[in-house]
Design a binder for this molecule. Structure first.
Ligand code: NAD
Ligand code: UDP
Length: 322
């Protein structure tokens, strides 16, 4: 690497963990974030570190990074369904114009580029588990399309820059990832269930709870992102944990793990909520030698500890905290 790693969305849940891992291995990091869904507290421990610089900017509008750049990790985007459904135009802007700016930055510096794509590009999949060669089943005008199609466009743009400009770009398709630094009000299933259980409130299962997700602990996910960035692979590569559970099962596991007296209630299923999701990680195992290591109950226990501390200190950790 001839310059720092630029992380767009570096103050978010995943981006801040990625920053920690890069700084820990001696790399310099420039974190670019507009704090729309991220949180200054995620990176406060890095501020003042000689290898860390924070740039507050909306990358859909500008990407003001001076000096050399060794790599670009493009993570900026709302990721939780309530977050992107509340910000439809911003989500499409950061997937399109934000991705173009990040690719231009990598191109100018001859830097390695990693796009944080998502299992949502498979939509409500008809192939199970999802293998990278599957083209997906996305509702192109449904409410979730602002996220799904923005990410599909971002993948297409990444490949166009690779083919026409020779940018050293790769694509990771991230499957549901959880861990410390998820905001208590993030809205995704793990933080919702844990916060509800810790507060003794009913766990809100959407629909009948038979839909499945496969949850990856954040340290495993970041290790996968770095393995891909450090390699010559292009991808797309799935990085996720194939340990598949129904949402109803997850609710029961959370209640058991936290020793909560909470009940389970059912709320309406969001429109176009995927019925099954599980990564096929054959490719990641073969080309990156990567596999997840943290078991669901261990990861949930670590996340519960983090969220319990946040709840008791009364900090919500919402995007406005920036
Ligand atoms: P997050 O909301 O915690 O982090 C996103 C970060 O991007 C936030 O800090 C936010 O403030 C920032 N951001 C958003 N729009 C921006 C803009 N226009 N300019 C600058 N900063 C902006 O979400 P996360 O879970 O950490 O997700 C990070 C990335 O990984 C996203 O691209 C997401 O699509 C992808 N991803 C995450 C998951 C997951 O399960 N966590 C799954 C699939 C894909
Ligand atoms: N979900 C739920 N209760 C919640 C939050 C989410 O039952 O409080 C369900 C949601 O309908 C989906 C799954 O959990 O089937 C995962 O939702 P999440 O928002 O975490 O991520 P998604 O995979 O849908 O992007």
């Amino acid at each position: 690497m001839t310059g720092p790693a630029v992380i767009t969305g570096g103050a978010g849940f995943l981006g801040s963990h990625l920053a920690d891992h890069l700084v820990a291995r001696g790399e310099s990091v420039v974190c670019v974030d507009d704090f729309s869904t991220g949180n200054r507290e995620n990176i406060v421990h890095l501020i003042g570190h000689p290898g860390f610089l924070l740039v507050e900017a909306d990358v859909s509008m500008e990407l003001p990074v001076d000096g050399p750049v060794g790599s670009v990790f493009h993570l900026a985007s709302p990721a939780s369904p309530p977050d992107y459904l509340a910000r439809p135009l911003q989500t499409m802007a950061v997937g399109s114009e934000g991705t173009r700016r990040a690719l231009e930055l990598a191109d100018r510096h001859g830097a390695r580029f990693l796009l944080a794509s998502t299992s949502e590009v498979y939509g409500d999949p008809t192939v199970h588990p999802q293998v990278e060669s599957y083209w997906g089943n996305v509702h192109p005008v449904g409410p979730r399309s602002v996220y799904d199609e923005a990410k599909r466009f971002a993948e297409a743009l990444t490949m166009a820059y690779r083919r026409t400009r020779g940018v050293d770009a790769c694509i990771v398709r991230i499957f549901n990832t959880y861990g410390p630094r998820l905001r208590p009000d993030d809205g995704r299933v793990v933080s919702n269930f844990l916060v509800e259980a810790l507060r003794g409130e009913p766990l809100t299962v959407y629909g009948d709870g038979t839909q499945t997700r496969s949850l990856c602990y954040v340290d495993d996910e970041v290790r996968g992102l770095l393995a891909l960035a450090d390699s010559d692979e292009v991808g797309p590569v799935n990085i996720g944990n194939p340990d598949e559970h129904t949402v109803a099962d997850l609710a029961r596991i959370v209640i058991e793990l936290t020793g909560s007296g909470s009940e389970i209630v059912h709320l309406p299923l969001p429109v176009d909520d995927p019925t099954r999701r599980c990564p096929d990680i054959t490719l990641a195992r073969r080309v990156l030698g990567w596999a997840p290591e943290v078991a669901l109950r261990d990861g949930l226990a670590r996340t519960a500890e983090y969220l319990a501390a946040r709840i008791s200190s009364g900090r919500r950790g919402s995007g406005s905290a920036g």
